[in-house]
Design a protein around this ligand. Structure first.
Ligand code: MN
Length: 128
């Protein structure tokens, strides 16, 4: 079963996303803020297949979490999908510049998000 780390401070979004991802057949790990998200990603025994990262987080924001993940030798290979609340011009470019592999906006269109998750976790499998 694929493991997704969901980093989201908003309780409603967190509950909704984790419920839908669980229903979609994923194991969901939850972090309620950026620091905890980074710590969980960096913990080697928690082999994570993908990170769903809210960008607006208390403490360390999503941009910084993404930069840390992509700078860490043990975490740089984990695909990251950035989530932002508004489709702000330039957000996608900013997310990619921070090292994110893809980007989506909230409210989440679940079929579209699942497709992105599938694409990123599948491309990982074909690598040696
Ligand atoms: Mn947030």
């Amino acid at each position: 079963m694929k493991k997704i780390l969901l980093v989201e401070d908003n309780e409603m979004n967190r509950d909704m996303l984790s419920r839908r991802l669980t229903r979609g057949g994923f194991q969901v790990l939850i972090a309620e803020d950026g620091l905890r998200g980074w710590e969980m990603a960096a913990t080697a025994e928690t082999a994570i297949d993908l990170i769903l990262l809210d960008m607006s987080l208390p403490g360390i924001d999503g941009w910084e979490v993404a930069r840390r993940i992509k700078a860490g030798p043990d975490t740089s290979g984990i695909p990251v999908i950035a989530l932002t609340a508004h489709a702000m011009a330039g957000d996608r470019e900013k997310a990619i510049a921070a090292g994110c592999d893809d980007y989506d906006t909230k409210p989440v269109d679940m079929p579209r998000l699942l497709e992105k998750i599938d694409k990123l976790t599948r491309s990982k499998e074909v690598q040696p």
